[in-house]
Design a binder for this molecule. Sequence first.
Ligand SMILES: [Cu+2]
Length: 68
Amino acid sequence: MFTNTDRVPHRIVMDDGSVDFGTLQAGASSDARTVSGGNYHCTLHPSMVGNVNGTVAPTPAPGSGGGY
Ligand SMILES: [Cu+2]
């Protein structure tokens, strides 16, 4: 899910075209979508790019002993 905290609309699309989050107006949030990971860009601002690594949350290695 993306939330647009900017003052202008953005439209996030996965580079492979698998998911289009649609145009998000300022302050709007997209629907929650499942993505397999990869790069994305903003179709309205092609220089805006990013990456989704597909990892939901980091998990400590078993037995690492670091803990919290
Ligand atoms: Cu944009």
